[in-house]
Write a protein that binds this ligand. Structure first.
Ligand code: BV8
Length: 235
């Protein structure tokens, strides 16, 4: 594999699947009869805050029962050993990249373990349930906390930083994502537009955007990602 200087890795639910976190489309995208797109929206939160808080409380609690898998661990090893730049842009709201040891992780869709206060706009680490009676640790207001998660119709975080990284990279790798949700699904087209990076998809099966990648490898992330990292470090 060529000698790369600047790598951007985009991850999706598929990299956490083998840790036991269900993907969105694998579990036919339903949660207790609700389509994720119907629950993960500001309108759903306004309409039924308890239902939405429960959806995220359940997923936050599940984090305590899962561990990073060899794919997360391989990316942490890459960050440690690679002598160029590496940025992991994740669509995932779990903390498995960090628990595997990755430090340069950008959660473009937010994080389960953070709460956002609509009273003072403050954010705080939050490990347990967010309830309608929960108090903001910054302003002490009750009932103003929401999950610090980017819902459908909301602008993902740090898009300028992501665009700068995509324009500067010489390798873009997409791992475990179906390429259904934008703007993340559009990153490979953006990289191709910038015209300087190799593009690689590592996924269980072809994503919606597979044909846009210069190279695709299909199989479980726990196998593909360690092999990819060994190639880059050996390269
Ligand atoms: C935006 C947090 C504009 C929530 C998520 C109508 C109204 C408003 C917007 C839209 C609209 N129509 C379209 C849009 C745009 C919309 C969109 O793209 N919708 C889709 C449904 C068409 N996007 C947005 O709304 C975005 N914001 O557009 O804002 C704007 C502009 C200006 C100003 C303000 C706003 C925001 C989208 C973010 C939504 N939040 N997450 C939560 O987690 O609860 S999205 C969520 O779903 C994930 O974060 C991720 O992005 C997506 C799921 O995708 P994947 O991660 O790919 O998971 P999936 O299950 O689909 O696929 C898993 C893959 O893994 C599969 O391919 C499988 O083969 C593979 N796999 C499985 N096992 C393994 C594996 N691979 C390897 N190994 C394995 N073992």
């Amino acid at each position: 594999m060529a000698k790369y200087r600047s790598i951007v890795v985009l991850t999706g639910a598929g990299i956490s699947a083998e840790s036991g976190i269900p993907t969105f489309r694998g579990s036919d995208g339903l949660w207790e009869g609700h389509r994720v797109e119907d629950v993960a929206t500001p309108e759903a939160f306004a309409r039924d805050p308890e239902l939405v808080l429960q959806f995220y409380n359940m997923r936050r609690a599940a984090l305590k029962t899962v561990e990073p898998n060899p794919a997360h661990q391989a990316l942490a090893k890459l960050e440690d050993a690679f002598d160029g730049d590496l940025l992991i842009v994740t669509q995932n709201v779990d903390d498995l990249h960090e628990r595997a040891g990755s430090k340069n992780v950008l959660h473009m869709h937010g994080e389960l373990k953070k709460a956002w206060c609509l009273g003072c706009d403050g954010r705080a680490l939050w490990e347990d349930d967010i309830l309608e009676t929960s108090r903001c640790p910054h302003c002490a207001r009750e009932g103003r906390l929401r999950p610090d998660i980017v819902w459908f119709g909301e602008m993902p975080y740090q898009m300028e930083r992501i665009d700068a990284a995509l324009s500067a990279c010489d390798l873009f790798v997409s791992i475990g994502t179906s390429g259904n949700v934008y703007p993340a699904a559009g990153f490979v087209a953006l990289v191709r537009h910038y015209g300087r990076a190799h593009t690689l998809e590592l996924n269980l099966d072809p994503s919606e955007g597979s044909r846009l990648f210069a190279e695709t490898r299909h199989g479980p992330a726990s196998k593909l990602v360690p092999a990819f990292v060994d190639e880059v470090l050996g390269g």
